[in-house]
Design a protein around this ligand. Structure first.
Ligand SMILES: Cc1cc2nc3c(=O)[nH]c(=O)nc-3n(C[C@H](O)[C@H](O)[C@H](O)COP(=O)(O)OP(=O)(O)OC[C@H]3O[C@@H](n4cnc5c(N)ncnc54)[C@H](O)[C@@H]3O)c2cc1C
Length: 317
């Protein structure tokens, strides 16, 4: 049985985009931050948590508290608060889903936040800070969080920063689920961010990209995708582009498999081994996964053989 968490943070802002899609901004009680380096690196996450209500005299077999990792959507230049972009899950797996305990909270309510950011899904740990290629960020739903932090941080450090090397494809079922849309459109206008909102169940008046975020990587829509991403024909290649993906397993799997025929190499040891990729070939597809379902079943011999053939053909082997 998990123990009660000692609350150390206060909800100071909340925005609801849909009934089950919101941002939460927390202020931590502790004001201690490293003096000599940023508080965290955009792309990192922290652990947040809550205790459940306890009714005296009532037997309840559920754990007393729940903690979950959560990507930070705010930039490290915000020294006082951390923002999170969250979906209340419809089909949770646990007995005490954090998103269900957390959804009713209001401004001023308290919760737990382990104020030690962690994680390697950063530009520095993936493509590298000096990489000059276009960073194509495929975000499914709340998978936008690391990318909005990256974009925000660059503009906070230098308001006129050019974001031409950053493309964010943000997928949602409905246009209402495109959180941060106005902010990203503004960054596109003022700083050159390539922003592609994608809606998979659009209404008749939707004029943007139709389909899931990862559909920009489908072979059949490639030239259309290159056009909206501002790439030349054939430009969606590892020579010009590195890919970062964030979300659930389906988005990640579809993006990886969709790009193999262009020679994009996944950054995952097991998968690379299954696809027989040489150790010294740099990865060009990186991801942060929000659930636990394996992205690609490397024990599926038939699937792996097909994927391997596609990649080897693209690599000229
Ligand atoms: C490094 C990391 C960063 C994360 N950052 C975020 C974030 O910024 N925002 C966020 O909403 N979640 C994020 N998650 C997922 C988060 O940790 C929880 O899994 C999620 O909030 C559900 O927790 P729960 O206790 O409510 O549900 P559980 O009872 O734990 O149910 C888990 C199930 O919920 C589903 N699920 C998990 N995350 C999502 C999601 N985002 N949207 C739809 N379905 C989901 C999956 O099917 C998963 O199997 C992140 C996960 C990791 C590993």
């Amino acid at each position: 049985m998990s123990k009660l968490l000692e609350y150390n943070a206060t909800l100071v802002a909340r925005e609801d985009f849909e009934a089950t899609l919101s941002t939460f901004r927390l202020r931590l009680d502790s004001t201690e931050r490293p003096e000599d380096r940023p508080w965290f690196v955009p792309g990192q996450y922290v652990t947040i948590g809550m205790n459940r209500a306890v009714v005296e005299g009532e037997a309840d077999p559920r754990p007393l508290s729940v903690r979950r990792p959560m990507s930070i959507a705010s930039p490290p230049e915000d020294r006082e608060t951390l923002e999170f972009y969250m979906r209340r899950v419809g089909e949770p797996e646990s007995d005490l889903p954090l998103t269900h305990v957390m959804w009713p909270i209001a401004i001023g309510d308290r919760m737990y936040c382990r104020g030690v950011p962690t994680g390697h899904f950063t530009i520095e740990h993936t493509v590298g800070a000096d990489d000059r290629r276009l960073k194509l960020c495929i975000a499914a739903g709340t998978g936008l969080a690391p990318f909005i932090s990256m974009a925000r941080s660059r503009v906070r450090r230098e308001p006129k920063a050019r974001l031409d090397d950053l493309a964010i494809v943000h997928g949602a079922s409905y246009a209402t689920g495109l959180g941060y849309r106005a902010e990203l459109e503004e960054l596109a206008r003022t700083n050159g961010l390539r922003y592609v909102p994608a809606v998979s169940r659009p209404t008749a008046d939707w004029g943007g990209w139709w389909g899931r975020a990862e559909s920009v990587c489908d072979e059949v829509r490639r030239s259309e995708a290159e056009q909206v991403l501002g790439l030349p024909r054939g430009g969606l290649s590892p020579e010009h582009v590195a890919v970062l993906i964030c979300g659930l397993n389906g988005t990640i799997a579809n993006t990886i498999t969709g790009l193999l025929d262009r020679g994009f190499v996944p950054d995952n040891r097991k998968l690379r081994r299954a696809l027989e990729v040489e150790d010294d070939r740099p990865a060009t597809v990186f991801w942060e996964q929000y659930d636990n379902t394996p992205v690609i079943d490397v024990k599926d011999a038939e699937l792996v053989a097909t994927l391997r053939r596609t990649l080897h053909t693209a690599l000229g082997r």
